[in-house]
Design a protein around this ligand. Structure first.
Ligand code: C2E
Ligand code: MG
Ligand code: MG
Length: 653
């Protein structure tokens, strides 16, 4: 009970208005409100203290001929010194950065100072009024009224301080007036009470309004710094935190680390299960990440599925590694979303300041580069930024710049790899595979530059070039051959893709059924909605569609039913392991059976050995593609390859 009363008193003396019907706040908000109140008071403290000093000097002059002159002079000297010292102190505190939190004790000190000053002024009517001349009494009356009004104004947002300052003056004035039985003094007393009442009411009303407005402003500020989905700090708040850590580094040399991570294959999850499920995954991931860090550290969501953390006060680099390991293991358990269990993984990139940079964008960029390398190392990898990373990132940027001019400089070319029909014993077509002849680095594989083209949007121009060239080449081939062209998901975001394909076909004067579009399974899942309308339009045109690298993505079989594919291509990883691993063989056989049941064609990719060919023939596979049949060749070598066609009639032999 005693503790409770103490706490109530402490709150009350710290300016908390909840006891008077003001809004209830937690300590963090109350501390912020106190900071705002104090900042206001400090703002005009020097002026008010100067006014106090002047008033004290005026009073000393007014009482020059009074018998209390000496006492008045001592009093004035003390008040002038006290007021000037408080004023100057307030001024120097004001020059410092405004704090976000002010303790109750600081407010208690302010209230105490207000009380001391109030008592100092209360002495005036009690000690000097009786012996003062008429003029002196007039001055004292004016001064006391002025001090009451000035005090109410100075502490207009802190009623407890206003009361602490004005109450002694009221009491002093009351004592002074009560000593006199003149009716006029009774009237003055009534007036003083009325003024005091109006002033204090004004102070309370103003304080309530101020508190409410400050809370609303704080809420708005917090909202602006918080990610609405996960309730974690957002990018803006993270940048502030990073700036703060850099300032401390400059002042005290305190090292810190920046950790960056994202949810692997988040896009696929998002697109396969829908945005609400993706959002739920982020919310759960955010909660798990926040549990891995100290109370004072806050994981921030800085965009999409990217999270970041500044670890301050780093004693050794291993501390950052420890937190990163906790992040990785936080993803070990699958996420329960909409009655499904979704497996999530993450990789972490770490940059350490000042070693890896001493400006925000450099540290973030280097953490991002480290994250990129970590992702290449597979799920759960943690990488610190290394100087060689920077070099490979630079190479990537250089490649990106060069790729912009690859078409104009005629550096792209296509190779063609045959499909072989097992039952018909003949080549039925070719897959167009893109290459880039880089002026310095030589021929570059599509696996290296297609991702860059996709990221930068260059894929649209490149894709158009590929389909036009593939169709033009196709026009020279016998009419029973088809050409297959690989497409990236991003290409289906561009509505003009349909027109491009139609134009390429009509310019080359080839029948649409001779063009096959290869899309990968994961791409279909991720871009299903936009792709389906364009793909359906292409299918209506007569173009055929093959599902590439089947078995490597989420392999949601329901998607197989939603679009009328012409063919599925079994990924080469299964063909490679087919003869040594029974599981791979089982997958290959079931995909072939599935394709047969759905009445669509099936192609085995990456056939390199005659034994693989024989196995696939027995398993009833329709077509094969791979180095055994032929490596990708230039368009001019196709006819030589077709001439050998007869020799392939028994490739397994
Ligand atoms: P993909 O469409 O699955 O192409 C098959 C890849 O396997 C080709 O690699 C091919 O050269 C290789 N390959 C074929 N047979 C064998 C074999 O028997 N053994 C082995 N080890 N490999 C074999 P490539 O040409 O490097 O292409 C890689 C990927 O790049 C392609 O995979 C495709 O996804 C993409 N790509 C190629 N050209 C284009 C294009 O024009 N546009 C787009 N968007 N992607 C392309
Ligand atoms: Mg392909
Ligand atoms: Mg493939």
């Amino acid at each position: 009970m005693r503790e409770y009363l103490n706490s109530c008193l402490s709150k009350l003396l710290a300016g908390d208005l909840a006891a008077f019907g003001g809004p209830a706040t937690d300590e963090a908000v109350a501390g912020y409100i106190r900071a705002e109140q104090l900042s206001l008071v400090l703002g005009y403290s020097l002026g008010i203290m100067l006014a106090n000093a002047c008033n004290a000097a005026v009073l000393a002059i007014a009482l020059w001929h009074s018998p209390d002159r000496n006492f008045a002079l001592i009093w004035a000297a003390i008040v002038i010194c006290g007021a000037l010292s408080i004023g100057l102190k307030a001024r120097s505190s004001r020059l410092m950065t405004k704090p976000q939190f002010v303790s109750r004790q600081a407010m208690h000190r302010l209230v105490r100072n207000a009380l001391v000053l109030g008592i100092a002024w209360a002495i005036v009517p009690v000690a000097f009024f009786a012996n003062a001349s008429n003029g002196g009494q007039l001055v004292i009356t004016c001064l006391c009224s002025g001090m009451l009004a000035g005090g109410a104004f100075a502490f207009a947002t802190i009623p407890v301080a206003a009361v602490a300052f004005t109450a002694p003056i009221f009491v002093g004035t009351a004592i002074c007036l009560a000593r006199n039985d003149d009716f006029a003094y009774l009237l003055v007393a009534i007036l003083v009470v009325a003024y005091g009442f109006v002033l204090l009411r004004g102070v309370f009303a103003n304080s309530f309004e101020f508190t409410r407005r400050t809370i609303a402003q704080l809420e708005a500020e917090r909202r602006g710094r918080r990610d609405p989905l996960t309730q974690l700090p957002n990018r803006f708040a993270f940048n502030e935190c990073l700036e703060g850590a850099l300032n401390r580094l400059a002042r005290t040399g305190e090292e810190f680390a920046v950790l960056l991570l994202d949810v692997d294959r988040f896009k696929e999850v998002n697109d396969k299960f829908g945005y609400p499920a993706g959002d739920e995954l982020l919310v759960q991931a955010a909660a798990r990440l926040q549990r891995c860090v100290r109370q004072i550290d806050a994981v921030a969501r800085i965009g999409g599925d990217k999270f970041a953390l500044v670890i301050t006060n780093l004693t050794k680099v291993e501390d950052a590694l420890e937190v990163a390991e906790r992040f990785v293991s936080a993803f070990a358990e699958p996420f329960a979303i909409e009655r499904c269990e979704i497996a999530g993984t993450t990789s972490v990139g770490i940059a350490v300041a000042p070693r890896d940079g001493d400006v925000p964008h450099e540290l973030l960029r280097n953490a991002d580069i480290a994250l990129y390398r970590a992702k290449q190392g597979g799920a759960g990898t943690i990488c610190f930024f290394e100087i060689t990373d920077d070099r490979s990132a630079q190479q990537r940027r250089a490649l990106q710049r060069d790729l912009e001019f690859a078409i104009d400089r005629d550096e792209l070319f296509l190779l063609y790899q045959p499909f072989f029909d097992i039952r018909e014993n003949r080549v039925t077509g070719f897959e167009a595979l893109l290459r880039w002849r880089h002026p310095v680095r030589g021929v570059i594989s599509p696996t290296e530059f297609i991702p860059i083209a996709e990221e930068t949007g260059l894929i649209h121009g490149i894709g158009e070039w590929v389909v036009r060239h593939a169709c033009a080449t196709l026009s020279n081939w016998p009419s029973d051959l088809r050409v297959a062209v690989n497409f990236s998901a991003a290409q289906f975001h561009n509505a003009s893709i349909l027109e491009t394909i139609v134009q390429a076909l009509s310019q080359a004067r080839v029948a649409p059924h001779r063009l096959e579009i290869e899309i990968t399974e994961s791409m279909l899942i991720s871009k299903y909605a936009p792709a389906s309308s364009i793909l359906n339009a292409l299918l209506q045109l007569g173009v055929t569609v093959a599902l590439d690298d089947f078995g490597t993505g989420y392999s949601s079989l329901t998607y197989l039913l939603k679009l009328p594919y012409t063919r599925i291509k079994i990924d080469q990883s299964f063909i490679r392991g087919m003869l040594s691993r029974p599981e791979s063989a089982a997958i290959v056989k079931s995909i072939i059976t599935l394709a047969k049941d759905l009445r669509i064609g099936v192609v085995a990719e990456g056939v390199e050995a005659a034994e693989q060919f024989d196995y696939l023939r027995q398993a009833n596979c329709d077509e094969v593609q791979g180095y055994l049949i032929g490596r990708p060749v230039a368009a001019e070598n196709i006819f030589a390859l077709l001439d050998q066609d007869k020799q392939w009639s028994t490739p397994g032999a």
